[in-house]
Write a protein that binds this ligand. Sequence first.
Ligand code: OXD
Length: 309
Amino acid sequence: MSFLVVSPGKDPKAWVEALKNQHPGLNVYVYPEDHDKEEVEFALSWNHPRGIFQNYPNLKVVASMGAGVDHITSDKELPENIKITKVVDDRLEEDMGTFVLSLVLAHQRNLLEYREKQINEKWEPVSYTRNDQVKVGILGIGNLGQSVSKCLLKNGFQVRGFSKNKKDFDHVESFAGEDEFDDFLEQSDILVNMLPLTAETEKILNKELFEKLPKDAYVINVARGEHLVEQDLLAKIDDGHLSGAALDVFWEEPIRPEHPFWKHPKIRVTPHVASVTHPESVVPQIIENYERMKEEEELKNLVKRDRGY
Ligand code: OXD
């Protein structure tokens, strides 16, 4: 019985080390090194080449290296019987919370604008709204969204959460379903996208949605680049409806050198760093699932394949 690590473009060394530390007897192969495909029952993956898992006749589980699983679910050739798991990790949640809080505060206190002024040697104070007057809408409030909401609440912001089904979180006004979507948007001075990427949510951040946000709303995307219609965002910032955006994820990563986001004065670009998985922190849960698979027990953090997350 063997374990496969597949992560093209991402150095697997720290993962392999953490797996071996946690489970010294584990036989770990790293794709595409030479290995016996029939032996592999469990794969740990990030952006695997499409279709490869069809060639593993005994593969039972594909575990994502991160919280997102769209890189696995989008593989149309993934055999139906293979189970998918995601990472749920306190450290990821904390990091996401503090990252989004930093972006919200930086926007709220005009830090990007001051950087611009500094470059031009301009000493010009700008007025700002106090946190308790600002409504932040979290689009897709799951574990990570809940952590973001806690950080925001601690700093006095008003928090709204939107999810498919109503969720009850302390001090968060909850909106759910299509009927409440427009109300949610109309009340979001800052919109934080944290949705999973599915066929339903792709391109959800589009002109129609932006127009439902209040004038001068700010958009933060820490979910997936494919949620965003880039041209619509640029148009709505440039026509003055939106005050700007902070983007951590993109259709193409890294974004190409001439991409308009790089130099846009109202767009903050970060290189997909909102919450970065630490192998030593999440390997214990991966190994636990490997043991559960062997014992034919229910897996933790299992993805519902029909739902896509
Ligand atoms: C993730 C990510 O899904 O880093 O974990 O985007």
